[in-house]
Design a protein around this ligand. Structure first.
Ligand code: SAM
Length: 295
């Protein structure tokens, strides 16, 4: 391994005074799409990484931790998994995980950025692992909000795999009370809406709590869950929303039966992991229970 001064570094900030440095072995792509700054790099520890607007989206080394966590608890708890909608999800790994369930008849993925989808096909084929060619996949390049306003279908599972809703991000307009209401109108009875819901790090969970508080207006059950994602170097949180089921209480038998029906083996998620994902530390439970900002 070359000495550190010979490397170029990709530096991600988790706070203005905290940084994680990834050595860059190779740059596959660096440029700007119509919507965001895009980079695909190779690193010694995490392998290939997709970076949008300076934020790591996923890495070859640990993307299964993120994508299995995003997809499978929601799929395991949904009353019907035949029709699934993914908002965002450019790399195709969320699509891959959904389509491992043979009972899913169609999975629609709507990502605004055709360049991210093309670069993922070209440089990150391990992420989608053939999912883009699955006849059950319907991949639409377009704004997820515009799609949902026109679409009249209903989905047993809606998965939001969007970028962080920062001011300049194309995802910003998808995180507000009106859009949460629109998404609910697209859910079938007994359906589950799950979203990547920002960091749950001890110093930076206010956005997560704000999302949870807003979503509680719309659903009987809004369950927070989280896991450490090594490439993000932080705890990452998710929210599972449903009127039928509190996913935190989903039993081991149901999780194992669902996982047993998937094509191939899971890397991260099973009934033991499920318990861990939904076991929140006291500081986060307190923050989620407190009153505060909403969208
Ligand atoms: N794992 C990620 C994270 O931690 O933020 C999210 C992954 S995925 C790459 C995010 C995708 O959301 C991107 O491909 C981006 O193009 C897409 N996206 C952002 N805004 C969107 C919008 N308005 N409609 C559809 N897709 C959008």
């Amino acid at each position: 391994m070359p000495k550190t001064e010979h490397w170029q570094w990709y530096v991600e900030e988790s706070a203005p005074t905290e940084q994680h440095h990834h050595a860059i072995e190779r740059v596959y792509f660096e440029g700007r799409s119509q919507f965001q700054q895009v980079a695909v790099i190779g690193t010694p520890v995490f392998g290939k990484m997709l970076i949008l607007d300076g934020d790591t989206q996923s890495s070859q080394g640990d993307e299964k931790i993120y994508h299995e966590t995003l997809v499978h608890p929601a799929m395991a708890g949904a009353a019907d998994r035949s029709e699934v909608l993914i908002l965002g999800g450019g790399e195709g790994a969320t699509l891959r995980e959904v389509l491992r369930y043979s009972g899913t008849k169609r999975c629609t993925m709507v990502d605004i950025d055709g360049l991210v989808v093309e670069l993922s096909k070209q440089h990150l084929p391990e992420w989608s692992d053939g999912a883009f060619d699955d006849p059950r996949a319907r991949v639409i390049v377009g704004d997820a909000l515009a799609f949902m306003r026109d679409d009249r279908d209903r989905y047993g599972v809606v998965i939001s795999d969007l970028t962080e809703p920062l001011e300049d991000s194309p995802s910003n307009l998808l995180f507000n009370d009106g859009v949460f209401r629109l998404i609910k109108s697209r859910l079938a009875d007994g359906g589950v809406y799950v979203l990547q819901a920002s960091t749950a790090s001890f110093h930076n969970y206010s956005l997560h709590c704000k999302m949870a508080r807003t979503l509680r207006r719309h659903y009987a059950h809004v369950a927070s869950f989280f896991t450490y994602v090594p490439a993000f170097d932080t705890d990452w949180a998710f929210l599972a929303c449903s009127d039928r089921i509190d996913l935190a209480t989903l039993g081991a038998d149901a999780v194992d039966a669902y996982c047993g029906a998937l094509r191939g083996d899971n890397f991260f998620y099973d009934s033991v992991t499920h318990r861990r994902l939904f076991s929140l530390p006291l500081y986060l439970r307190r923050a989620l229970a407190a009153t505060g900002d909403t969208f």
